[in-house]
Design a protein around this ligand. Structure first.
Ligand code: KG4
Ligand code: ZN
Length: 338
């Protein structure tokens, strides 16, 4: 069975061909990062226009690399939310056009579920149930994955996402967008104990997150030193900030796994590419007797392959969309999972 999958929710135009749900035949990603970098973040209108320009060539390249003809595709999967509405619409329109023209079933995919399913591509033997920590530029969520189509949200951020905090701190420290990898690089040579930053919702069994207080604390720290005419050690600030985020994520995840009685933990989303987070989570999971999984780096950030994997399992369950499928910028994780 061949799945053609499209992903255009933010600043990557991506198309993939997946065989039988878990085998990636192609995963073409055209990134717009250099275009948005000069603005310090994603400009939605520019993102939509670039998607329009690139979506068809990216699909053609994905089919070509997979050696699969459009007519041999069994269904078309597409991200329809959450994300930037104008960006989502491009993928949804392209997928609907292919579905209509070739009479192939259409599958609407939740982007966050796609991030979780990236783990099935990197770990062929992984099966639910497990606990997923989804950490991206727009979301921070703890999700119980009970089955391929049954999810329960245990908690999420009340304000900024973890990746968003990385991006904002990086921007203030003069690093280019996206800031996550830059902060990680800086942090490698810094002292993580140099500055103590606050943690929110620190009490046990609280699975909500908040990163806006931490962000303000880092900004205040930098501004105060600047106003005094003092310099700061960027590596120490990056390391201390990163440690605060990582400790919070690890503590809440292991606590949630214990409460949910789940013995497998998976990381997902762009921030899952962070080496310090992976290392700390691996150690904590080992201590708690949990198996720990994360996707390979290219499958952590936005890509079509993860959408294809999710689409396959929806198709297996007979959960198809029709041509009224529309972009849903604020789509919640449980809306499609039931
Ligand atoms: O999942 P993703 O590609 O897009 C969204 O769905 O948001 O995640 C992008 C986010 C950005 O905030 C980026 O800074 C962050 O993931 N990120 C990282 C790392 N690589 C990407 N954050 C920390 N460390 C990294 N190595
Ligand atoms: Zn994403």
């Amino acid at each position: 069975m061949y799945t053609l999958a499209l992903e255009t929710s933010c600043d990557e135009t991506s198309a993939a061909v997946i065989e039988d749900g878990r085998r990636v035949l192609s995963n073409i990603i055209s990134t717009q990062v250099p275009v948005h970098r000069k603005f310090g973040g994603v400009v939605p209108e520019i993102a939509s226009r670039r998607h329009v320009e690139y979506v068809m060539p990216v699909i053609a390249a994905a089919l070509d690399m997979a050696g699969v003809a459009l007519n041999d595709i069994d269904h078309v999967g597409v991200t329809y939310g959450p994300g930037l509405v104008g960006a989502l619409l491009v993928g949804v329109a392209a997928a609907k056009a292919i579905s209509f023209a070739l009479d192939k079933p259409l599958v609407g995919v939740n982007h966050m579920e796609g991030h979780i399913f990236a783990n099935f591509l990197s770990h062929p033997d992984l099966e639910p149930p497990f606990l997923a920590l989804v950490v991206s530029g727009g979301h921070t969520q703890l999700v119980k994955v009970l089955d391929y189509n049954r999810f329960e949200l245990m908690g999420q951020t009340r304000d900024d996402a973890a990746g968003e905090a990385f991006d904002k701190i990086a921007r203030v420290m003069g690093c280019p967008y996206p800031g996550g990898p830059q902060i990680e690089k800086l942090a490698r040579t810094g002292n993580a104990e140099a500055v103590e930053f606050p943690k929110a919702f620190h009490e046990k069994h609280n699975f909500e997150f908040s990163f806006s207080g931490l962000k303000s604390a880092v900004l205040n720290y930098l501004h105060t030193l600047e106003q005094r005419g003092e310099t700061y050690n960027a590596a120490d600030v990056a390391a201390s900030f990163q440690k605060t985020v990582v400790d919070t994520l690890v503590e809440k995840t292991t606590d949630a796994a214990a409460v949910a009685n789940l013995k497998q933990v998976v990381l997902a989303g762009g921030v899952a590419a962070n080496g310090a987070l992976r290392k700390a989570m691996r150690t904590a999971c080992a201590a708690a007797g949990c198996a720990f999984y994360y996707p390979e780096p290219i499958l952590c950030t936005d890509n079509g392959a993860m959408i294809g994997c999710r689409a396959y399992y929806l198709a297996q369950a007979g959960k198809f969309a029709d041509l009224t499928l529309n972009a849903q910028p604020a789509l919640a994780i449980t809306e499609t999972a039931k």
